[in-house]
Design a protein around this ligand. Structure first.
Ligand code: ATP
Length: 272
């Protein structure tokens, strides 16, 4: 298992990773307030977890951050860029990548090609010159292949590059998604329940990779996750939502003991 990054995986310069500021974010769906004036800040290079009981508004937060939903009001700024109102591809172009709760891979595509899909945003010479075998395009394609191999090694996928993604165990498929997101060279990575549905060893392995991403690449990570052990291990800061409102925010060890958080989770158990 690769728990530290290989020499060849260059860090994103710390100065290139901007602060993410979420301010007074409100999202309403036909009379239902999914998010109600939520604010939090993700410090550059940190892992920031967004947690809360079912229906608290975590996915809605992610969907606004990645442009899938529009905020009713409020602001999301990545450095100087205002993200609210931008479509997903414009947000991706600003260096925001996400993985999904459910697998979003093409089962028959090889792991290598799945990772290469992440490079498309960065392709300068375009498919036409690549098709015409122009020298610049060949050099660029070689660089992309090299970087895909580096990221495969970083995520522990190097022995599976030629296999169809769908033939891998679930935990490795989730790592392919993570690897594909890393292949876009994000400054901000949104991980939606990265260990959901995994076996205990897969959870451990994935948590190690996420920790290595934080240590080795220096990018910011926003993590939505139900597994508290993973949250406590990985997060530098935690924002807790309940019924669309922020009920706590701070370091994991402080948030964990917050009476409002304990009440919210006990309430969930009582109704489960
Ligand atoms: N597209 C939508 N239309 C209407 N209501 C929605 C929509 N998306 C989410 N909601 C509602 O908004 C609230 C917040 O949902 P959200 O999915 O963000 O919660 P969550 O914290 O991610 O929950 P879970 O942990 O169960 O995934 C819920 O009451 C949900 O039913």
């Amino acid at each position: 298992m690769t728990s530290s990054p290989p020499e060849t995986a260059p860090r994103t310069a710390a100065s290139d990773v901007p602060r993410l500021r979420v301010r007074d974010l409100t999202v309403r769906f036909a009379g239902l307030t999914a998010l109600d004036g939520v604010s939090f800040t993700v410090e550059p290079g940190s892992v920031h977890a967004v947690i809360g009981p079912n229906g608290a508004g975590k996915s809605t937060t992610f969907n606004v951050l990645s442009g899938v939903h529009r905020a009713t009001s409020g602001s999301v700024r990545l450095g100087d860029a205002e993200l609210t109102g931008l479509p997903p591809h414009r947000i991706a172009a600003l260096g925001v990548a996400r993985t999904f709760q459910n697998l979003a891979l093409s089962a028959h595509t090889t792991v290598f090609d799945s990772l290469m899909l992440g490079r498309h945003r960065l392709t300068r010479t375009g498919f036409l010159s690549a098709g015409l075998h122009l020298p610049g395009a060949a050099r660029e394609a070689a660089r992309h292949r090299e970087r895909v191999r580096e990221i495969a090694a970083f995520t522990g996928l190097e022995d599976h590059l030629d296999r169809p993604a769908g033939s891998l165990p679930y935990g490795l498929q989730k790592l392919v998604e993570l690897g594909r997101a890393l292949c876009t060279e994000p400054r901000l990575l949104l991980l939606d329940e990265p260990v959901a549905g995994m076996t205990a060893p897969e959870r451990r392995r994935t948590a190690e990779v996420v920790a290595a991403v934080r240590e080795g690449l220096g990018i910011s990570i926003v993590l939505v996750e139900h597994d508290m052990a993973v949250v406590m291990r990985l997060a530098d800061a935690v924002t807790v939502l309940d019924f669309g409102r922020r009920i706590a925010d701070g370091p994991p060890e402080v948030v964990q003991r917050d009476p409002a958080v304990v009440r919210a989770y006990l309430g969930q158990e009582a109704t489960a």
